[in-house]
Ligand binder design. Structure first.
Ligand SMILES: NC(=O)c1ccc[n+]([C@@H]2O[C@H](COP(=O)([O-])OP(=O)(O)OC[C@H]3O[C@@H](n4cnc5c(N)ncnc54)[C@H](OP(=O)(O)O)[C@@H]3O)[C@@H](O)[C@H]2O)c1
Ligand SMILES: *[C@@H]1O[C@H](CO)[C@@H](O)[C@H](O)[C@H]1NC(C)=O
Length: 379
């Protein structure tokens, strides 16, 4: 598949991650046009674009090709058919918070995703979200479309509408997604279906283009991977996000560095990490012992050691909890717990944290509703 000219990319979710990576992908000089779907910040970005204040690239302005107020508007405003007869968006990049208990992202993007008519065709769906199991709903709804799964290590936030600050890091790891295990490259003997192979090849091709465009934008650590490697990287990031972040909330707002310096909490954090190191190779069907070291990923002990010095910002799960927003609980705890259970694997610490936090979130929302009813009755 040669690069289509021009290429139209739609980013759904113009928050910190969405605006930063969109700004580094937009290259009108070579026919790559990035448009944004906004929500609460629509008025500001439609009028003024995005202002970026970055550690790695200084301060700059990003004017998207087009700006939409909703996903359905972007569906109605999709590019019209070119000489090849294909209209619609070439890439749809999802950068919303992953909240499958609230919204079905795959259903939401149906307005803007051109269904593939045969394996490996249609709009390429790109997911830049935390957690695991985020791709499955898209694969189910779009059985033929190329999917690219991305894991980012960045510290960024939208400090006010249309103003995005990148504090540090730019790393984004990319991988194709066919069935979530990606055995096709590893073993010729287990001969995967030709559909899986076609999907995997098409997704890989799209991934290399995307990676090269980010590199062109200056993201030096946009790194392509195989499907299995990328999933291992996802699970590896979970050793931090599933251990520290729920614990930060459940311990009444203790920061990461403080947690690992308290002996009892350090033991708990280590216990959660060990559960993930136990689950990941079994779920992803890799030989035990080959994870995490063969990918150059840090061990539990190394992560804990480096956390001691990281008296940094609060994890976003804690910020979400404190602000009364829904937490990314299902993709960080719920999905790993369910994936383990389906395979008869134990992860008691993850399961306990999931049960406790989910109940805490539900109770708080009930109270919120009561408070609103109370307010209403006063009027
Ligand atoms: N920020 C980081 O440093 C960082 C680092 C690594 C990974 N991540 C992950 O990256 C993902 C995105 O995080 P983020 O920090 O960029 O979140 P964010 O700043 O909250 O951005 C999400 C954006 O999506 C918008 N949105 C949600 N639903 C929408 C819809 N239906 N239509 C249009 N827009 C919609 C939100 O609009 P509203 O403002 O209207 O809600 C918000 O602007 C998360 O999975 C996060 O865990 C973030
Ligand atoms: C995941 O962990 C990183 C590193 O501690 C943190 O910056 C980020 O906010 C975390 N994400 C969530 C959802 O808590």
């Amino acid at each position: 598949m040669p690069q289509r000219q021009p290429t139209h990319i739609l980013v759904v979710g113009a928050g910190a991650v969405g605006c930063f990576y969109a700004s580094k992908l937009h290259h009108p000089d070579v026919g790559i046009f990035v448009s944004l779907v906004c929500r609460s910040n629509y008025q500001t970005i439609a009028a003024e674009g995005v202002q970026l204040k970055t550690r790695d690239f200084g301060e700059y302005h990003f004017t998207p090709h087009r700006v939409f107020a909703s996903i359905s508007d972007a569906g109605r405003g999709a590019p019209t058919a070119g000489p090849d007869g294909h209209g619609g968006w070439d890439y749809v990049i999802v950068t919303t918070k992953a909240l499958p208990d609230r919204v079905d992202d795959a259903a939401s993007v149906e307005h803007v995703v051109r269904q593939g008519s045969s394996p490996g065709t249609g709009t390429t769906i790109v997911l830049i979200q935390n957690g695991v199991g985020i791709e499955a709903p898209h694969r189910l709804r779009f059985p033929n479309n190329p999917i690219i799964s991305c894991v980012t290590v960045i510290s960024a936030e939208q400090v006010s509408h249309g103003i995005v600050v990148q504090n540090r890091w730019t790393r984004i790891s990319l991988g194709p997604y066919s069935d979530g295990v990606g055995n096709e490259a590893q073993s010729a003997s287990s001969s995967p279906s030709s559909t899986t192979t076609t999907l995997s090849n098409a997704s890989t091709e799209s991934m290399h283009l995307l990676q090269s465009w980010w590199a062109r934008g200056g993201i030096k650590d946009a790194e392509p991977h195989s499907e299995k490697e990328l999933q291992l990287i996802r699970w590896h990031k979970l050793t931090i996000n599933a251990s520290m972040n729920p614990s930060a909330v459940l311990s009444g707002g203790t920061g990461n560095a403080d947690m690992v310096l308290l002996p009892e909490l350090r033991m708990h954090i280590r216990g959660v990490m060990d559960e993930i190191f136990y689950l990941a190779p079994r779920i992803l069907q890799v030989r035990e012992g080959s994870f995490p070291e063969h990918l150059g990923l840090a061990s539990a002990e190394k992560i804990i050691k480096s956390t001691e010095r990281n008296k940094g910002a609060k994890p976003s799960m804690l910020l979400d909890w404190e602000a009364g927003r829904p937490m990314e609980l299902e993709v960080i705890l719920g999905n790993p717990v369910r994936m383990a259970r389906e395979r008869g694997l134990e992860c008691p610490r993850l399961q306990s944290m999931y049960a406790l936090l989910k109940a805490a979130q539900d109770r708080r929302e009930e109270k919120g509703k009561d408070a609103k009813v109370g307010e209403g009755s006063k009027l």
